[in-house]
Design a protein around this ligand. Structure first.
Ligand SMILES: [Zn+2]
Length: 167
């Protein structure tokens, strides 16, 4: 059924939860509806518009922003399906994930160390760092802004979420 963006009491994006979890928060009056879809959710005891964005009634203090798991889908989307070495945009299935510092040399699978590469560039770079391979990255890989991941969802949700992403 998709996801719901949860805002902190301060309207800052906090988390993404399932519709089911969002409904529980709403029914327990721990959150309020901010943005809804046109579709309605109906159950025996209640009927309410499908939430897209909810806001917590009480402020939740979080030490860091919510961690987004690294995924192929996320990396390719962040890099706009473009090889970060040559700028080529082959069919998506021909794109590979490249560890900037190779895994064999301790490179981790983090947002900051994984980038999108076409097969040719990945092969050329091989087990080397970009400097060793004399290759330059078009962008420095970074943990994406929230919206990059959010945009993978449906269009209606993305639009509703966008207002709160400051992007
Ligand atoms: Zn390339």
């Amino acid at each position: 059924m998709g996801d719901v963006l949860v805002l902190n009491a301060t309207y800052e994006p906090l988390s993404v939860v399932s519709v089911k979890r969002a409904v529980v928060l709403l029914l327990k009056e721990k959150a309020e509806l901010i943005e809804t879809a046109t579709a309605m959710l109906r159950a025996e005891n209640f009927s309410l518009p499908r939430p897209l964005v909810i806001r917590l009634v009480y402020y939740v203090k979080i030490p860091r922003r919510v961690a987004l798991p690294v995924s192929r889908r996320g990396i390719l989307s962040r890099d706009q399906y473009t090889c970060q070495y040559c700028g080529d945009t082959p069919p998506r299935k021909d794109l590979t994930l490249d560890h900037v510092l190779p895994r064999s040399r301790g490179g981790k699978s983090t947002w900051e160390n994984v980038t999108t590469a076409c097969q040719k560039c990945n092969g050329r770079k091989s087990n080397r760092t970009p400097a060793e391979a004399n290759m330059t990255l078009l962008t420095n890989p970074q943990r994406p802004r929230y919206i990059a991941i959010a945009s993978l969802g449906n269009a209606e949700a993305t639009q509703a979420w966008g207002k709160y992403m400051g992007d």
